[in-house]
Structures are given as structure tokens and as C-alpha cells.
Unconditional design. Sequence first.
Length: 367
Amino acid sequence: MQRRDILKLVGGGAVISAASLAGFASTRNPKKALSPWAQAGQYEEVRRFALSYAILAPNPHNRQPWMADLVGEHEIHIYRDLDKNLPETDPFDRQLTIGMGCFLEALTVAAAQKNYRAETQLFPNQNEDYVARIILKAEAGLAGTDGDLFSVFQDRRSCKEPFADIELEPRHAKALSAFGDVYTRARAVDRLKTISWDAFLVEYETERTLKESVDLMRIGKSEINATPDGIDLGGPLLEMLSFIGNLTPETLMDPKSAAYQQGRDIYEKMLKSTPAYILLKTQGNTRANQIAAGRQWLRLNLMATYLGVSLHPVSQALQEYSEMKPLNQAIQTSFARKGETIQMFGRLGYGPKTPPAPRWGVEAKLI
């Protein structure tokens, strides 16, 4: 969120001096919640080493739905934490399963850097919360596999800011088309932009789906450090707005409030700046397909980072609750071939550098 957008929320009745804001800002970095990004790779034991990268994987609403059980000397059993479900916007757990696929691919890429192959059996007992049994097997020569992608792992971000007013370079579009269908022509971009905006409005204006997001918002340093999952609203300006009562769960839910209106305006401005989109599709829509989509989405994220391209998921239109059904059908009918399911929908462009999302550390995710 840009400074001038935030200041609109303050209104005429509040005065914040530059000096007081500067002093306040120096104390508001949620260092504890961001520390897992710096700690990645600091473990000697290979399973913890791999997990220290896996926990940085992209996932819906930053729910971080994974748990890991270290069994014996070389096994990792991966579970999906059902307490992290999103019953309103992800009633069939499709998005969460994709997030688990991102996690598994991140673990696989990281383990290879230590010359270990992650042999993975999906859903070993047919129970959906037991996602994978992984055996790490030593294999010479794996280190350096996907080295370019691994080198930018800690720089990966989902850029939720407006993009620069320039087209996606053809060489970047070509490279990213290895991971999904890239759309750069005006007609397709305009159609996808309309669908993504309409889908945002459905989620934003449906009280129960908006509330699901608002309930997951962590406002300010203390909340983010205490619960480093969900949607972080950090930084000194946002925290000041929370302190004076202009940014609260109640104002975020109130269509008449400045916070609600500004949230809508900021998202619209962001979408209007989009020069290209990418759709990631699978043949079928099984749990295995969804895991595969997550693995591909992780690799797309890393390649985009390596190329200097910003990526931001805008997959509201793919959600499967009743109010979203017309838009889900519209995008699937317009952009998927027979037998395909669009699993992920993202914006592509060139955005500003943004901070990392908060994370639980490795030890917090061990059973």
C-alpha cells in the first residue's frame, strides 16, 4: 500500500507528525515473524535444512497448512493441518492442497542441494490430511540441480503492488510459458482483468467470505509476531491507523468506512496496472493434479524471481463457493481446453521490491 493511499484513511481529524512517525517506525519491524527467511539453510541436519526452505513456500491466505513428523533418520511425514482450513473461500480444500504441492516442491529442490533425492509417496493411507511420506536418499551429483532457481529462493515474493506501465518482455513471457499459459495480448488481458476484478468484488462484497479474510488479518507488529500466519497488515502507518481506530476488523467489514472503500480502491488500482497474466492448468482435478499444480506454481515463482518478473496470484475466480460459480464457469469456459482445469491465476509484470510474508519457523511446524 502506497503512502498516499494510507493517508487517505486518516481523515481530517488526526494529525501525525513526521518526527513521531519516524520514531514509531523504528520499533515496528516484526523481526521474529520474518526471521525464518534469514534462517533458511542454517541447519546441518538435511531434513531440517530442506524444511527451512519448504516453510517459505507460497500458500493461500498465508495459512501455512503444513506439519512435519521426522521419522527415523531419513523420513519425513507431511500432514495438512485441518485447523488451517478456509471453509468459506476454499470449501473443497483445492487451494490448500495446491499450497501443499508448493511446500513439497520446495522441500524437494532444497534437499537436492544437499545431494538428497526426496522420494515422495502421496496420500499413503488415502487420508487427505496425511499428504505425503518422504524418504530422503543420498544421491551424488544432485547439488546444483535447479541451482538458478534455488539461488533466489529467499528473494521470492508475491507482489501485491501496482506494476510499472510497461509490457512484459517477450523473452520473459517465453520463459514463463514453460510453466503455464501466458497472456499478453490486449483482448485476453482485458478479459482476464475484468474477470479478476469481478471476482474480487464477489469475495469482497459477500460478508462471509470477506469475514474469513478479515479474521485472518494481523494488524501491527505484536499481532504479526504472535501469530505469523494469515494476512499481515504491518508497517508504522498501518499500525498508527489501527491505534487511532481507523483500521480495525470492524472498519474493514463496514462498507461505509474509509478502510473498506480504500481496500477496494487499492485493489482496483493494482489490477489496472497488470500487463500480462498466467494461467496454470492441469488435465483433470484430482488431489494428485492439485499437488502437481502446486509444484509447478512454486517453480514458476522461482523462475519469475530469477528473471526479475513480479508475480501475484489473483485466483478468486477459481474459488468454488456458490456466489463465485458464474465467474468460475466463465474463466474455465473461456480459457481452459476440454478436460483441463485452471488451478492458478496470476498477474505478471514489473513491480517494486516488497517485504517477505511472516512465517512460523521450522520447530513450530514439527509434530
